[in-house]
Design a protein around this ligand. Structure first.
Ligand code: PEP
Ligand code: MN
Length: 263
């Protein structure tokens, strides 16, 4: 269902009137984790001012250490919804547990399946039975074929509203958090009709690298970007090292739009 052989034309995913794919540039930005109403509102206003259409923010954080901030759960979802409505954005947020599906669907416009759950087949099947748009991130060590098969799990349940997100993969390199695989954009465009966006924040782990990689992603043909933005990255409860401050984000967006126009 997700292969280019099955459907020749690019799919365009519509989220409350915002189109993803087919030449539209989707921008999903906000903090890694929802920390407080103030933090979220400041981030949301900043990204909205730069033309983002989606507010991202995790309420359930799949942290490497159990002692790290795990997210505000439903309280965080409520903040996401309130702030997004106030500012005029769609909410994209991660689901890590099938049991939270109905609850998260009440607050979110798009469900994010994180890298660590890309092959959580039960979760994929369950979101496949909803009609919520899904952002499916590439697994930490997933091949493109495994990733597209994960998308197939969602589509086979009847939900075709799928957007892929390249977020870097594990390699032997340690300077960067992950190795952003921009060749995956070209590969996915050849193999699938689904839109694909790129996350240079998790893809590099370093805020200094977000700007060049964002530009490269759009030049490579990506349909959009997911970028972590925090009003005060130095005190962020997660992923501060890879989060842009609002002023830097504005510069990136300006450059990226110029490149998108040339595509
Ligand atoms: C995130 O988007 O905050 C996140 C946890 O991403 P990933 O699943 O790609 O690591
Ligand atoms: Mn993060």
């Amino acid at each position: 269902l997700v292969s280019r052989d099955f459907k020749k034309e690019d799919s365009i995913i519509d989220v409350n009137g915002v189109k993803i794919g087919g030449g539209h540039l989707a921008i999903m930005s906000g903090p890694c984790a929802v920390e407080s109403k103030e933090q979220l509102l400041e981030a949301a206003k900043a990204v909205k001012a730069c033309g983002a259409q989606f507010l991202r923010g995790g309420a359930f954080k799949p942290r490497t250490s159990p002692y790290d901030f795990q997210g505000l759960a439903e309280e965080g979802l409520k903040m996401l919804r309130e702030v997004a409505d106030e500012v005029g954005l769609n909410v994209v947020t991660e689901i890590v547990n099938i049991n939270d599906l109905d609850m998260i669907c009440k607050y979110a416009d798009m469900l994010q399946i994180g890298a660590r759950n890309m092959q959580n087949f039960q979760l994929l099947k369950e979101v496949g039975h909803t009609n919520k748009p899904v952002l499916l991130k590439r697994g930490l060590s997933a091949t493109i074929s495994e990733w597209l098969n994960a998308a197939e799990y969602i589509a086979s349940g009847g939900n075709y509203n799928i957007v892929l997100c390249e977020r870097g993969i594990r390699t032997y390199e340690t300077f960067t958090r992950n190795t952003l695989d921009l060749s995956a954009v070209a590969a996915v465009k050849e193999l699938s009709h689904l839109p694909i966006i790129v996350d240079p924040s998790h893809g590099t782990g370093r805020w200094q690298m977000v700007r060049p990689m964002a530009r490269a992603a759009i030049a490579a043909g990506a349909d959009g970007l997911m970028i972590e933005v925090h009003p005060h990255p130095e005190v962020a409860l997660s992923d501060g090292d890879q989060s842009l401050k609002p002023d830097n984000f504005a510069v990136v967006m300006q450059e990226v739009r110029q490149i998108a126009q040339m595509m």
